[in-house]
Design a protein around this ligand. Structure first.
Ligand code: MN
Length: 423
């Protein structure tokens, strides 16, 4: 992807200036190489699977994990091994069989659970332990039985120390970060970095944040946590207000370099941030997000369909990037524009995400241009009066059904021609 976009830029410069000088080409390649990387952390198999009625069996998890490796995500969070023996086995199998991404197991802050998480991923070529502990007052009170800040700090330190005896690659999440008292959040982050965590994951566990606020929180963490520059800042957003992707992008602008999410945005309650949307926002708006994700975007569609099929969650037609209608054009004005030049109404080429192509859906909003273009594609080159007659029959049909299909058009033309022969 990096290479491709460099070539495109060179071609553009060559076109505009006649011939690009060597020094400029070198400079552009250098700039591309130094583009900061955003690590795509996929949790479809952990948080995604936590979606109500979305559970997967071991073979299905393995199939998705293999496809995520083809998509080239940086990290696969394969599951929560302490949950059940089945989950443990599924994670271990992914760790053994899937190559490429880092294989990560999540665990709550209990020694036995961390040990299980380690046992499940230790055979992976690259592995990670992800430990979480709630830090907001409401969670400490209700979820952790009235645990104090001091106790939470001590437990976090102890658990990171334990995890460190297994591996260097430790991610720590203060759960419910966005509802945590900022001063305490800074303190616990500093402590776990000193103890050995190398990725700090800032969570909007309940999907409560809004973009400006979440970006500001990341900025403040950079300002108030002295050791933060030694680690990677990650983010984990939920979609309860429909803001998971926007919040993630605001955090990236503020300095986060790992983003967690799921394919199709599945996950607890209203789901997690949709990775395909974040990936394509970065790729499409390089002027705003000058970063590199290393994702093979042409695998997005296939991955999305596989996750939908195996989880049983249907993708809404209007879902960004992967919905059935994402590249469909219905209104006459749009169809006319599309036929002249796709970029008029499309900001992403469907093939970039592995979709088959733009679709012009013929219906009651379609006009003469779209109809005659489709007829020509079907081999019917209608002229003058013939196209006027076809348009009338077409419009009558389009008023009655949602889509006029190719077989309907063939019938329309055949009928017109039969009538003509008779007369
Ligand atoms: Mn979550």
């Amino acid at each position: 992807m990096v290479y491709g976009s460099v070539i495109n830029k060179i071609i553009k410069v060559k076109k505009e200036s006649g011939q690009a000088p060597d020094f400029l080409i070198k400079k552009m390649i250098e700039k591309e190489k130094n583009k900061e990387k955003i690590i795509i952390f996929d949790t479809t198999l952990r948080d995604g699977e936590q979606a109500a009625r979305g559970t997967l069996i071991q073979n299905q998890k393995l199939r998705i994990a293999k496809q995520l490796a083809v998509l080239n995500v940086g990290v696969i969070e394969a599951g929560f091994p302490a949950n059940s023996p089945e989950e443990f086995n599924a994670v271990r199998r992914i760790a053994r069989e899937v190559r490429g991404p880092v294989i990560c197991a999540i665990s709550h802050a209990k020694p036995e659970a961390i040990k299980k998480a380690w046992e499940s991923v230790r055979e992976a070529k690259k592995h990670r332990l992800h430990i979480f502990l709630s830090t907001s007052k409401i969670h400490l009170k209700n979820q952790l039985g009235g645990m104090t800040y001091r106790e939470a700090l001590n437990i976090s330190r102890e658990m990171v120390t334990l995890a460190k005896s297994y591996t260097e690659d430790i991610e720590f999440s203060p759960m419910d970060s966005t509802r945590t008292e900022p001063e305490f959040l800074y303190e616990i982050i500093e402590e776990v970095i000193k103890t050995g965590a190398i990725i700090i994951n800032i969570t909007d566990t309940v999907g409560y944040a809004v973009p400006e606020e979440f970006g500001a929180l990341i900025n403040n963490i950079f300002k108030h946590v002295p050791s933060i520059h030694l680690v990677t800042v990650s983010i984990h957003c939920h979609n309860d207000l429909g803001l998971a992707v926007s919040n993630s992008l605001a955090a990236i602008r503020a300095g986060a370099r790992q983003v967690e999410g799921t394919i199709n945005g599945i996950g607890e309650r209203a789901g997690n941030a949709s990775l395909e949307e974040i990936i394509m926002a970065i790729k499409t708006r390089q002027d705003f997000f000058p970063f590199e994700t290393e994702i093979n975007t042409r695998q997005i569609y296939k991955t999305s369909r596989l996750v939908s099929k195996l989880t049983g969650f249907v993708i809404p037609a209007n879902k960004a990037i992967v919905g059935e209608n994402a590249f469909c054009h219905a209104s006459g004005i749009h169809q006319d524009g599309m036929l002249k030049e796709a970029a008029t109404y499309e900001i992403i080429k469907p093939t970039e995400v592995g979709a088959s192509g733009s679709k012009i859906v013929l219906g009651k909003l379609s006009g003469r241009h779209a109809l005659s273009a489709r007829l020509s594609r079907l081999g019917y080159f209608l002229k003058g009066d013939e196209i006027n007659k076809a348009l009338l029959v077409f419009q009558e049909m389009a008023n009655k059904k949602k889509e006029v299909k190719d077989r309907d058009l063939r019938r329309i033309v055949q009928k017109l021609r039969e009538n003509k022969d008779r007369s």
